[in-house]
Design a protein around this ligand. Structure first.
Ligand SMILES: NC(=O)c1ccc[n+]([C@@H]2O[C@H](COP(=O)([O-])OP(=O)(O)OC[C@H]3O[C@@H](n4cnc5c(N)ncnc54)[C@H](OP(=O)(O)O)[C@@H]3O)[C@@H](O)[C@H]2O)c1
Length: 437
């Protein structure tokens, strides 16, 4: 079997080393002899790991991917321009594809899966979601016979790291600069901090879990860029942490899906996910609640996932597997009529700059018929918790508050159970028992 590797950066570099170093082991595990035909890079003269022979490098990715002696194309370039063209062409020419590219699968996954099914080749993308956690395989294979009703996760380690730093009292700007200095955050961190990267991963999870042809531009997202140290401190005083959660629930016509920073109670498993770790909770009809966690990015975990996909593809080839089996899922993706936001009807907490604001907001919301659990001050932070009535959407509520001249400093959905979408009454009791002024 001929293998073409496209890209030799963080992920591709880790994979190239393993493909070369563990040749014997892979052949033993798969029963397939393979040859790494070449590695496409942008700059073939760049200094690379000394264990990779220099004559493998080429800057002609198109020629390498369409080499007739190549059966499997592994794409680790990233982005949706060059990579999309290469992947599409490889599939169209009957090559199996393994990709780590979340942007690509999140925006063009349904189309590429359908194409792979038509061409009878496999398209695997384990590294595209949550780095080293085998969530894609779990949804595609282990839970293949399940009906999955909802899922929720922390799928961006950069945001999780920054939120952790805010809890330690760092400012948002310092926390971001620190994450960049340590290599957690990109030089341009916007895709991470604005929630786009999480929305990409959520789209892929929805495709796999619900069989719906949802692409990421349809998913509403709010990032963490407006979160201040005071916000996480307020949540902490009420035994919550702010986490950027990607959340989806199957509905009759499609799904509810949203990425947003929300309050998660300290004792919830998602609240315990620290730093660069990721976690995904899945509720399946028969298997019940499942919780996956582990490292969400980085050379080791991500290359391990691409490596596992490579071994899976080689094994399928060895077993003269019916290649269409995997790809066929793509044809089954149903159109999603609705992709609604997830938090319109959620209980919310709003932090105000003065107690007067909180009291005025409470009066306004009550006048609109919105259930309010009472203004409270928490060592100087006026906080109001309310349950938006299902007749009002979040925008109408925000408008009503603005009309009353009481702009909250921040509003967060409060969420206790990532799976069932309930906010138990005990949370409200906790707020009522705070000293009111
Ligand atoms: N990094 C992670 O932790 C992680 C985790 C999960 C998934 N992923 C995904 O994995 C993919 C790769 O990410 P990465 O972090 O490994 O990226 P990276 O370090 O920036 O590496 C990209 C590689 O692609 C090569 N390249 C760029 N344009 C090219 C072109 N036109 N033709 C041929 N080669 C080209 C680059 O060549 P040069 O070396 O010459 O510049 C480089 O080797 C992305 O889709 C990313 O989303 C990454």
């Amino acid at each position: 079997v001929g293998i073409a590797l496209l890209g030799c950066g963080t992920v591709g570099g880790g994979l190239a080393e393993r493909l070369l170093r563990e040749h014997q082991l892979i052949q033993r595990r798969t029963g397939v002899e393979y040859v790494l035909r070449g590695i496409a890079v942008r700059d073939p003269l760049k200094a690379r790991s000394g264990t990779i022979p220099a004559d493998l490098f080429t800057c002609d990715a198109q020629a390498l991917a369409s080499d007739p002696s190549v059966d499997l194309v592994i794409e680790c370039i990233g982005g949706t321009s060059v990579a999309a063209e290469l992947v599409e062409r490889a599939i169209d020419h009957g090559r199996h594809v393994v990709t780590a590219n979340k942007d690509l699968i999140a925006t063009q996954g349904p189309r590429l899966r359908a194409l792979a099914a038509r061409r009878g080749v496999s398209l695997r993308c384990e590294a595209a979601v949550a780095g080293g956690i085998p969530i894609v395989r779990a949804l595609e294979e282990s839970l293949a016979g399940e009906t999955i009703s909802s899922l929720a996760g922390i799928v961006n380690g950069t945001c999780n790291t920054i939120l952790g730093a805010l809890e330690r009292g760092e400012s948002y700007d310092d926390a971001l600069a620190d994450a960049q200095a340590k290599g957690f955050a990109e030089a341009d961190p916007s895709s991470d901090v604005l929630g786009t990267d999480s929305a990409h991963k959520l789209a892929i999870l929805i495709q796999l879990a619900f069989g719906l042809a949802v692409i990421s531009p349809r998913i509403r997202r709010t990032g963490i860029d407006k979160i201040a140290t005071a916000d996480v401190a307020t949540a902490a005083r009420l035994n919550h942490r702010i986490k950027l959660v990607a959340n989806a629930r199957r509905t009759a016509n499609g799904c509810e899906a949203e990425v947003a920073p929300i309050w998660v109670r300290n004792d919830h498993p998602l609240a315990r996910i620290e730093g660069a770790n990721n976690a995904i909770a899945v509720r399946a009809r028969d298997a019940g609640e499942l919780f996956f966690s582990g490292l969400g990015a980085g050379r080791g975990p991500s290359a391990a996932s691409v490596f596992a996909d490579t071994i899976g593809t080689l094994r399928a080839i060895a077993e003269r597997h019916e290649y269409g089996v995997r790809g066929r899922r793509g044809l089954d993706l149903e159109p999603a009529i609705d992709v609604a936001g997830a938090y319109d009807t959620f209980e919310r907490a709003a932090r105000f700059s003065t107690l007067y604001d909180a009291i005025a907001a409470e009066r306004t919301l009550r006048a609109y018929g919105v259930a309010v659990s009472g203004a409270a001050t928490l060592t100087g932070t006026p906080l109001l918790r309310y349950l938006p009535d299902h007749r009002y959407d979040a925008k109408a509520i925000a408008r009503a508050l603005a009309d009353a001249n009481c702009a909250p400093a921040s509003i967060f959905p409060i969420w206790n159970d990532p799976i069932t979408h309930t906010a138990p009454a005990s949370q409200l009791t906790a707020v009522h028992s705070l000293p009111a002024t």
